[in-house]
Design a protein around this ligand. Structure first.
Ligand SMILES: Cc1ncc(COP(=O)(O)O)c(C=O)c1O
Length: 480
């Protein structure tokens, strides 16, 4: 493809994407395909001869779109949403076009320098303590990881290395055997997976009635483990659990971690972004106690995947664990000295894209106010949905609604709610994903799609009510 063809096909694809967004409401969010559907639609081998753009595009609807779950649909209310926006898409085009590898300052000075500035901009928007920012001139700073999973894995490995260094009286293997990490039973699987990969024991601690991990629970677990000669070293706290968006009590947990010389990592993958609104800043109260903190702009700040922002108070904890110096990767300076980070030493993989570029497009083209407005709109729409649920006495709310997710269920047992969830998704007009907390099965209504309106909320509720009517009637019929 030459540049003229790229111009033509690129424009065509931009138009296809714009049409896709314009017509999203008319597509059912859920695909109607069976497992293995795609293999039957494409040849068994890659084409030997080049095919044209038109040949590929012809198959887009029938092969690809046929099996796409439309996460950008205003009728998609599953999981925890994934953010996206046109400014981010435009930035992403340029990221792809530059195709740079930003593993050190010298490998792409603009990328490293923009990332440093963007992490400070984001940190200021969240009103993070100064010590997390590069601009403080201290040891803190931020990095863009791919996902919250990467962020917590980096944190736990860095914490593990720090503990091993601190226990000089034992071999690394002996220390490793004694290390204990903690998280809540409600925390995202990424914290548990990080501990699994780091080969450390993790305890999933019980939460209070609001699904929040409390200080006294952590303190009791630490006491018990220390009495067995174990070494508590890490807490994976949550600001917004996936299931119910519960917030751990950081102000109780933080001082305990400080006292016990433990690393407190906060996973604020979704809910952390809410803190850019002054009235919602409370969600990260206690962040000042954390050693590291992460949120995903790809969840609620309109940067499309993958973009997880992670801050640390002391970047040396990470670089001491992650640095590997080989000649061909050294930061051979272009001109004089640089104090810029070599981001390859802050992460697992070597290669890294110029992700800060799309953050830059988003922060500039939305402005802080624009991003705050979007978060406020989502919270308002979630509240609207909650009001609808509360207005139907067959239903109940399962967890306090503070942000953009509503956890609700039919009054009745897990079996009834499982059946309702299945019927709603089989119907395909709206998409919801259920969860279980403390043994209770419930449905979740998630608002994070950029183009959702109040009418989409009432539409979803009408579909849910219709399915509930049918279900409850079928039960009455079966009983009579
Ligand atoms: C609380 C929480 N943490 C971590 C993650 C993982 O997010 P990702 O893999 O998109 O970074 C999720 C995903 O929904 C989440 O809800």
């Amino acid at each position: 493809m030459d540049t003229e063809e790229f111009r033509r096909y690129g424009t065509d694809m931009v138009n296809y994407i714009a049409d896709y967004y314009d017509t999203l409401r008319s597509r059912l969010p859920t695909p109607d395909v069976q497992e293995g559907y795609l293999r039957k639609l494409i040849p068994e081998q890659a084409p030997t001869e080049a095919e044209s753009y038109d040949d590929v595009k012809k198959d887009l609807e029938d092969v690809i779109m046929k099996g796409v779950l439309h996460w950008r649909s205003p009728h998609f209310h599953g999981y925890i949403g994934i953010a996206g926006s046109f400014p981010a898409l435009i930035g992403d085009m340029l990221v792809g076009a530059l195709s740079s590898n930003s593993f050190s300052w010298v490998s792409n000075p603009a990328s490293t320098e923009l990332e440093v500035c963007m992490m400070d901009w984001l940190g200021q928007m969240l009103n993070l303590p100064e010590e997390f920012l590069f601009s403080s001139g201290g040891k803190g700073g931020g990095v863009i990881q791919r996902t919250a999973d990467d962020s917590v894995l980096v944190a736990i490995i860095a914490a593990r290395s720090r503990s091993i260094r601190q226990h000089k009286d034992m071999t690394p293997g002996q220390t490793l055997d004694k290390l204990v990490a903690y998280t809540s039973e409600e925390a995202h699987s990424c914290i548990k997976k990080a501990a699994q990969l780091a080969l450390v024991t993790i305890r999933n601690l019980p939460t209070d009635a609001n699904f929040s991990l409390r200080g006294e629970t952590l303190a009791a677990a630490i006491k018990e483990d220390k009495s067995k000669g174990l070494i508590p070293f890490f807490l994976g706290a949550s600001v917004g659990t996936t299931s119910t968006i519960a917030i751990d009590n950081l102000c109780e947990l933080g001082p305990i971690c400080e006292r016990e010389n433990m690393w407190m990592h906060i996973d604020g993958a979704y809910a952390g972004s809410a803190a850019i609104c002054p009235e919602l800043r409370y969600v990260i109260n206690g962040v000042e106690y954390s050693t590291s903190f992460c949120l995903n702009p790809h969840k609620w700040l309109h940067v499309n995947k993958s973009c997880s922002a992670m801050w640390v108070k002391n970047r040396e904890f990470i670089t001491e664990a992650f640095s590997v110096d080989v000649e061909y990767l050294k930061n051979h300076k272009l001109h004089g000295d640089t104090t810029m980070p070599d981001y390859r030493n802050w992460q697992i993989q070597l290669s890294r894209p110029f992700t800060s570029l799309k953050v830059w497009f988003v922060l500039r083209m939305f402005g802080v106010k624009g991003l705050q407005d979007r978060i406020r709109k989502d919270v308002t729409l979630a509240k609207e949905f909650e009001t609808l649920v509360l207005g139907d006495d067959r239903f109940e709310i399962v967890a306090e609604v503070n942000l953009g997710v509503v956890c609700f269920k039919l009054k009745g047992d897990n079996g009834l709610n499982r059946e309702l969830s299945k019927r709603i998704n089989d119907d395909r007009r709206v998409y919801l994903t259920p969860s279980i907390s403390k043994g209770v099965f419930f449905l979740r209504f998630v608002v994070t799609v950029h183009n959702i309106e109040s009418s989409d909320v009432t539409y979803a509720w009408s579909v849910i009510q219709e399915q509930a009517d049918l279900l409850l009637k079928s039960q009455v019929n079966a009983a009579s």
